[in-house]
Design a protein around this ligand. Structure first.
Ligand code: ADP
Ligand code: MG
Length: 711
């Protein structure tokens, strides 16, 4: 993340040539270092160096005398004479040791990497200035991989010094923090304020008390006071978030301007379904969301709506009825799920609900081949098939619709944004888009990732659900846990046992799954119980078959990895055991837990934790025990993990910031949202003279991602 390049600022400098200069032309770099900077940190121009920010600042104004080193300090700066440079060990264990002394004491300096190179560059019996982190080992103190620099008449004791992200290789090759600071210094000696163009209009800077861009960049590298440092960071964070909000605001404007199919009426299919075939009365939340969808699709503009609802809140029926609306207006509709299993489940439940109405529904996934596939493609092209359920197989170019009016995308975050954009292209006129997600999205994240979509929320569970009881148990209580599971199964319920398999390739996880399966067989005697197993290493067809056995009630117990995470609906399953629960993330556990509690029975989720549980894992487990509220859990998850990991959206340019953190800087985020909306209200096209730099920056960013339309 620190290494993100900043090419989007290229060209907004009035004096382009200087910032675009190759890094080796900077004083103190040269060809060798230039090559290193390029390969190690992707710094290839002056500009890249300018945006290579320090991540903290070290106080290097003090020099400690070696005899007075305080064991409580973390970093020290020393001045002394170097002696006894020697190599120890062999081969990969080879290391370099040297001793530094002053008139109060001595200390060892160590290098484990680049020993050879260091040995060549260090000299005995000369004075050095050394900075590094103290290690205590068996009561002896030393410093490994210190920053070390010859002390001569020109060397000054640094003051407050920026600490830059770097690599071991660069350090060993002598490109230390001090070097970075010097290089950046050299850069600023060359730069004029005009070389870095201001992009935020003066008015805005006054209103929000933001310092100028050039000033901010200088202070980020060389803050003379903490206040300046804060001001500089604040300004650059503000700019980052503001740009993202402007971008989203513009997408939103595009959406609202986008013509869409006009669903003018509620017709026979919708009404017939509603009056005769509805399997249960809708909750108020479901009714409200349907109304919002009807309003959206009736305006003649394209709908771009995100439907959030916790697991089990009943999104499928909303999707189905929206599709009927499309049919009533003469259009086709599709629903796309991220996995084969999910697509199948949707297919079964949707075709089941529509069976008595004589509406044909077909399933299109990668597994549908040959004649059936050809048939489906023909039917979609000539319009005779009006509802299709599928996976990303629907996105393939040879899948052509006669008139796709609505696309529902389930479990949205599993789809790459680019993939969704392909769906858009299937028509001259884009279909209405309903994105459904079962992972509640914290407000800050929703604002950044989905700020261009309208949001509907199902905030009510179907009636009669009992809250799931979540219990934290330790490994030593396994026997009791298994007995409990068995007693539930004996009541006619079904049970999930979930193992961590974070990476499908992880051999250890796979082995523990297999071992676990053998264990389960001891508790659930094969003569009496049926056990099915699903995991990512099985062939899709086999996984499918096992899943179906469980779904149809033929198997009592499903031993599984997280492949069952999303969307699987087996109402008779009322117990879930999560093995090594400490290894799961919060949102993931919440998703898993949502597989039970779908019927009227009291459901249980047992979190079985291993013997070694970190404080953080323990906190996660406690949160799971204390609440069933998906939004609360998502907020906690975001706070604990940060946005990058959470939805597998590390790639998303919308949440990748150099400095800003949408959790910690949520105040700035709110501010920039208001400011961006304001600006776009007054100048939607950003055409006024003072907005040109912003417009330019956005257009440069736009070039990097073409997918904005749907997401
Ligand atoms: P999700 O929002 O997780 O996709 P589903 O649409 O799969 O949830 O619904 C979960 C379960 O709740 C299903 O078994 C469904 O039939 C049932 N359900 C949905 N809406 C209602 C309702 N209004 N009343 C009773 N049961 C409902
Ligand atoms: Mg669902």
């Amino acid at each position: 993340m620190f290494y993100a390049t900043n090419s989007y600022f290229c060209g907004i400098s009035s004096n382009q040539s200087i910032l675009e200069s190759p890094i080796e032309f900077l004083k103190g770099v040269g060809p060798q270092r230039g090559e290193l900077l390029r390969t190690e940190l992707e710094i290839s121009t002056f500009e890249d160096l300018l945006y290579h920010y320090p991540y903290r600042y070290a106080d290097r104004s003090q020099v400690t005398r070696i005899g007075f080193i305080d064991p409580k300090t973390e970093y020290v700066q020393l001045v002394g004479t170097l002696v006894n440079i020697s190599e120890e060990g062999e081969g990969r264990k080879k290391r370099l040791i040297a001793t530094l002394y002053d008139d109060t004491g001595r200390i060892d300096l160590l290098w484990f990497q680049g020993a050879q190179w260091m040995k060549k560059s260090l000299k005995e019996n000369v004075r050095y200035i050394v900075y590094g982190k103290l290690n205590y080992f068996n009561g002896v103190v030393n410093i490994a991989h210190p920053e070390i620099e010859l002390l001569n008449a020109e060397t000054s004791i640094p003051g407050r010094q920026p600490v830059y992200p770097t690599t071991e290789k660069l350090k060993v090759r002598g490109v230390t923090n001090r070097s970075f600071a010097k290089l950046t210094q050299a850069l600023f000696e060359k730069l004029q304020p005009g070389d870095v163009m201001e992009i935020l209009p003066q008015e805005l800077r006054n209103q929000y008390k933001l310092c100028g861009r050039f000033q901010a960049l200088r202070w980020i590298h060389f803050p003379d006071t903490e206040e300046h440092e804060q001001a500089a960071r604040h300004r650059m964070k503000w700019e980052e978030l503001f740009l993202s909000q402007l971008k989203i605001g513009r997408l939103r404007l595009q959406h609202t301007a986008q013509q869409g199919w006009h669903f003018g009426k509620v017709g026979d299919t919708f009404n017939e379904f509603f009056s005769k075939h509805l399997p249960f009365p809708l909750t108020n939340a479901q009714k409200r969301v349907l109304k919002e969808i009807r309003q959206d699709t009736g305006t003649g503009k394209q709908m771009n709506r995100l439907l959030q609802g916790d697991v089990g809140s009943g999104k499928t029926i909303v999707a189905l009825m929206s599709m009927l609306l499309a049919l009533d207006n003469g259009f086709q509709a599709c629903i796309m799920a991220p996995t084969e299993i999910l697509a199948q489940q949707h297919y079964f439940s949707i075709s089941g609900m529509l069976r008595d109405m004589g509406i044909e529904v077909r399933l299109l996934t990668g597994n549908v081949k040959g004649k059936p596939r050809k048939e489906i493609l023909e039917q979609l092209a000539d319009g005779s098939l009006r509802i299709v359920v599928g996976t990303h197989a629907l996105l393939e170019d040879n899948v052509q619709f006669k008139n796709l009016g609505l696309a529902v995308i389930d479990e949205q975050h599993r789809f790459g944004v680019g993939q969704r954009a392909r769906l858009w292209k299937k028509n001259e006129m884009p279909p209405h888009i309903l994105v459904m997600t079962a992972t509640p999205i914290p407000r800050t994240l929703a604002m950044t990732m989905y700020g261009d979509l309208d949001v509907s929320v199902i905030d009510e569970l179907p009636p009669g659900r009992q809250p799931i009881k979540t219990i934290l148990a330790r490994d030593m209580e396994r026997a009791r846990v298994m007995q409990f599971m068995r007693s539930e199964v004996d009541k006619g319920r079904q049970a999930y046992i979930v193992y961590p398999l974070i990476e499908e390739s992880e051999k250890m996880d796979y082995e523990s799954l297999m071992a676990g399966y053998e264990q389960v067989k001891i508790w659930f005697d094969e003569n009496k119980y049926r056990i099915a197993m699903v995991h990512g290493r099985q062939e899709a067809a086999e996984r499918e078959r096992n899943m179906q056995r469980f779904a149809k009630g033929e198997a009592n117990v499903l031993v599984a990895t997280t492949v069952i995470e999303v969307g699987v609906n087996v109402p008779n399953a009322s117990v879930m055991l999560i093995e090594s629960a400490e290894r799961f993330g919060l949102s993931q556990m919440h998703q898993l837990r949502g597989r039970v509690g779908r019927g009227a029975e009291q459901s249980y989720c047992i979190l079985l934790a291993g013997s070694k549980v970190s404080d953080e894992s323990y906190k996660r487990l406690q949160i799971m025990v204390s609440t069933n509220d998906g939004f609360k859990i998502a907020e906690e998850d975001l706070a604990m993990r940060g946005p990058g990991d959470m939805y597998g959206t590390k790639q998303s340019g919308l949440i990748k910031f150099k400095l800003a953190d949408i959790v910690q800087d949520s105040g700035i985020l709110e501010e920039t949202r208001v400011a961006a909306l304001n600006m776009l209200t007054n100048d939607p096209g950003l055409t006024s003279a003072q907005h040109q730099p912003l417009r330019y920056v956005l257009s440069q960013q736009g070039k990097q991602s073409h997918w904005g339309k749907i997401s």
